[in-house]
Structures are given as C-alpha cells and as structure tokens.
Design a binder for this molecule. Sequence first.
Ligand code: ZN
Length: 332
Amino acid sequence: MSTDSWSRRTFLGSSAALFSQLLPASAEEKTASEPLPFRNPNIYRFQIGEIEAFSISDGHSLIRPAIGMMYPEADRPQMAESLEKHYERNDGIPLYVNILVLRKGKEVAIFDSGFGKVKNNNFGWFFAALESIGIKKTDVTAAFLSHAHVDHIGGFTIDNAITFPNAAFYVTQEELDFWFSKEPDFSKSKRDKKELPGLTKDNRNRFEILKPVTNILKDGSSVWNGDIKLELAPGHTAGHAIFRISSAGQSLLHIMDLAHHHLLMFENVGWTIAFDHDPELAVITRKKVYAQANVEKTRLYGFHLPWPALGHLAEVKKDTYTWIPERFSWGS
Ligand SMILES: [Zn+2]
C-alpha cells in the first residue's frame, strides 16, 4: 500500500477506508468522482435449492378501464372500496409481465416469453435482460408455455422464426386443441370479441413455426429429472398450465395467470378478469390451487403480480386470501 493511498483513506474516514479495500485503485478513483449509477432493477436473482433462478420483468402497463375489466359487475363497488381501503390506484389495473428463468448447469429454462418484439417501449425488455446476465438465446434449452396469450407467447417467435433455436418447446395438448379447433369457443369469455379472429390466426401461425420443436406435456408430467412439473390449471384458457419447481428440499409454484392483481384476485377468489376464457372454471381452479398453497405454505411466483412477484398467500377467511410478498433481498 503506498503512502498516498494510505493518507487518502485516512482522510475519507473509516467506512470509506473499508469500502476502498474492496476495490482496485482505479475503481476507487471512479467512485470518488462520479455519482453511483442508477441501477434499473428488472432482474431479480434467487435460489430454489440447487437451481439458480431469475425473475425478469418484460415490462409493465396499466390496463384500462380498471375495474371495468373485472367481474362480476355487481361486485365492482366492493372492488373499488377494497382498492381505496388498501391505498391502491383505481384508474387502471397495473399489469406486470414477469418471466421466470432457471439455470442448472448447462440447462436454461424459461417460462413464457413476454411480448417479444413490440413497438411499445413499456414492454419487450426480456431479451436484453437475459443477455445482460450472460444467457444468449442459443443457451436456452427448455421453453415452457403456460397459454397462448400474446404477453406469454409473443417472444417465442420473432419475424416468423423460432427465437430460441436450441430449446425444446413445451405446451399442453389442451391449449393446442383449443386454438386449432374449427371455431375456438370464446362464448363464456368477456373479452372484446373483435380481437379474437386476429389472435387465433397469429397463434396458429406461431404454433406452426414452433411445431418442429414442440413437446406435449400432460397434467402431472415432469422434466429436468422431476425438478419441473406441469399442472393443468384450466379456466383462464383451456390448456392453461402452472409449474411446480423443486430442488434440494425447496420448491416454488409458478401460478401464471391465476392472479392478475395482487389485491383483487386474492381478496375474493370469485372475482375474475375479462381475459379469462371460462371464468367459472378459472374460479374453480383458483380455489383449488389457493387452498392447497395455503395448507402447504407454498412459495409462489406470479406472472402478473408486482415484480419480483415472489411470495405466499394466507387465508383470511373462506375464499378470501392476502398476498404476502417476499421482502426484496440481495442474497441474505
Ligand atoms: Zn397473462
């Protein structure tokens, strides 16, 4: 250690001195003269047993007309009251798009793809984030699809080509059957019917492109030597899937689109959103999954919950739950 660096450390004080010991001299110079960089957080790293996991945000939006998207209509005053009581905004439903990425040795799995290539800067952050953690598109070995809505399937094909060329693509037969049926049945859905022909056409095109790498997973079947298990959770779509990940005594249940809002869709499991293809079945599925997660104290992850979207649910009374997010941590 030179006299020069010693005197400077003494001048900076003891905590700065400790800090400087962790950095090479050039880094110390930089730290002293420049403000700390703004760390834009859209990648959160955590562990599931021996599996390294990342929660990556593909973006965010506010869906309008807020609780005008929620059903049953008769309960909207109660929904509004609940939002107000919890200091939540009521001018739109905040839509998070979170992508779970797992890495174990040379295997990399992604769970849905985000919107893919979009003109809107609010979305499409996933690919750059993936690259920034050293994962190239060619490194992805398993690509799981929960269901074929554009925020989930959009990124699996770009410009009519497969985005992750070395990945096996996993989907349920029920989901394929729905989109390829002569006339996909949206009769129970509250969705804007005008969107549906375009949505169906786009999905058929995407599935055709993905056909050479497509693998069908049945309810309860698993990959990665049992580490990743698919469970059919129908209602949001016919083949909507959730994923149970386990490793070395730890587990995570990725509930995908069972919840689009961290308050409304826990406070009353009977409240649904317009995107559900079959709201009644979506409620039956949600009740079943929530009840089990409550009893088993399952650690959960949600595609549309506030990022990084890890947490637990707790039962308040029958069919009423609270979402309890995990505290943000950098590893300890
Ligand atoms: Zn979704």
